[in-house]
Design a binder for this molecule. Structure first.
Ligand SMILES: [Zn+2]
Ligand SMILES: [Zn+2]
Length: 469
């Protein structure tokens, strides 16, 4: 019996805010065997946290395997750094991520970092070779299959509608007749425009379990995100001439295209207004999308009068007086072709700009939200005065809202511990309070870079502050 106290898993997340997702789980078995694994190894994208990208908080040699929840760079963008610093173990992801999505995401991330470090005359964070080494170490797994990255650990990937290829990760750590059950939601959603995720089976929801749950929209309810885009778009068409839609390259861009197609079909968007897509990565994903696991009815998601834009054609496109809709990245406005288009749109009173996704602190999208009309600011190296109409839509979010996150937890009948992850610090706190009230799990904690949480087979033991070497 005495030895049982030594069977535990210590968990820490290195992301104190939304980006840089990386959770380290360190398991100690009663016979002193230790296993350590990572869930995600993402890039910090908040400018204030950029310096955190330069190093890893742990020794890469001490990691036995890595599990990947999905292909957003804030969840995979430091995998090449991990490999550069010596990691040679397996990286597991869904087949869609391993075979289609991780390559373009990491190559683009590497190129963006290399371009920005070149300006500052410093060495890039990692090379193309590091990216290709990551891809060699990555192994795709089917949804719903159980497999073992270690003889005492079983893993199952469940479908997650956050984005295509995303998974919820179930990890069962076994020792003799005992087990520690962990469930990582990753970034989570129950449905999206292209498919609905299946509910978790009862064999999982009835287990004594610890859930590591995201909380990006932990203070927002679904009722606050009514679909208003289509209605609003009709007004926008009559009030403004040119339209710029900022969207993440992967997922959001394709969702917006599909939305515009549906609006053309319902007659709320005239087909004589051309729709342009600019952004190498967005174009690449738009080509890949129909090959992925999406519902038949959405395979043909491109609207009429739709055109791709090459970088070399941008100036010409902006020089024509033709009315147009341009979709481009980055979704936050801080990078990519958005930096070219925004200086054209912002000073123009007849122009309309919409951010279709989450704009974290320190991004241009966030800054513009608090910038009054008539203010002069520098965007893409150009000084402009803000006059365009700017709006923000949260209905397309790939993240479940607080009520859906709470309902997700309510499905579990033997919930031992909930660890709140992936949110702005004050959102995590507020969401934790709500979970305490509405779900009432045995224990609740907030994951950040300051504390380790110790979980044993009976649930939560205590938080420990000592960092491991
Ligand atoms: Zn994500
Ligand atoms: Zn995320």
């Amino acid at each position: 019996m005495g030895s049982k106290t030594k069977f535990y898993a210590d968990l820490m997340s290195f992301n104190s805010e939304v980006t840089g997702s990386c959770t380290l789980c360190s398991v100690r078995f009663p016979d002193e065997v230790r296993v350590r694994f990572l869930v995600d190894c993402g890039l910090f994208q908040e400018r204030s946290n950029e310096s955190l990208n330069k190093s890893l908080e742990f020794n890469p040699d001490s990691i036995d395997f890595v599990l990947v929840t999905h292909s957003h760079v804030d969840h995979i963008g430091r995998l090449p750094l991990l490999v550069k610093y010596g990691y040679r173990g397996p990286i597991y992801a869904s087949n869609e991520v391993a075979n289609h999505l991780m390559g373009p995401a990491l190559s683009d991330c590497q190129a963006v970092i290399a371009a920005s470090t070149a300006v500052k005359s410093v060495a890039p964070l990692y090379s193309e070779k590091d990216v290709s080494n990551v891809l060699h170490l990555t192994e795709g797994k089917d949804y719903f299959d159980e497999w073992s990255p270690h003889e005492r650990i079983k893993v199952t990937f469940f479908q997650n509608a956050h984005v295509l290829g995303a998974v919820i990760i179930f990890v069962q750590i076994k020792y003799e007749n005992d087990a520690i059950n962990l469930l990582f939601t990753g970034d989570y959603n129950d449905k999206n425009s292209f498919f609905c995720a299946r509910k978790l089976p009862e064999r999982i929801t009835s287990l004594p379990i610890t859930i590591i749950e995201e909380s990006t929209y932990g203070t927002t309810d679904s009722s606050e995100c009514q679909p208003i885009f289509e209605e609003r778009f009709k007004e926008v068409l009559s009030e403004y001439y040119n339209i710029l839609l900022l969207a993440y390259s992967f997922g959001r861009t394709q969702e917006i295209l599909y939305k515009l197609k549906c609006m053309q079909q319902s007659g709320s968007l005239p087909t004589d207004i051309p729709i342009y897509l600019d952004g190498k990565l967005g174009i690449k994903y738009t080509h890949i999308f129909p090959r992925l696991n999406i519902s038949e009815r959405t395979k043909d998601f491109l609207p009429e009068n739709f055109h791709y834009v090459e970088k070399s054609a941008r100036d010409e496109l902006m020089s024509t007086r033709e009315r147009k809709i341009i979709i481009t990245s980055s979704g936050t406005g801080s990078f990519g072709p958005a930096q070219f288009y925004l200086p054209h749109f912002l000073p123009n009173k007849t122009a309309y700009v919409a951010f279709t996704g989450y704009t974290p602190r320190n991004t241009l999208g966030h800054r513009l939200q608090n910038t009054p009309d008539g203010t002069t600011l520098k965007v893409g190296g150009v000084v402009v005065t803000k006059r365009a109409k700017i709006e923000y839509f949260n209905e397309f979010s790939a993240h479940a809202k607080a009520d859906v996150l709470v309902n997700f937890l309510k499905d579990f009948t033997n919930l031992k511990l909930v660890l709140i992850n992936h949110g702005e610090p004050e959102t995590k706190l507020a969401f934790a309070e709500r979970v305490k009230r509405e779900v009432n799990p045995k224990m609740i904690g907030i994951l950040d870079r300051d504390y380790w949480f110790r979980v044993d087979q009976y649930g939560y033991v205590k938080s420990v502050t000592t960092k491991f070497g």
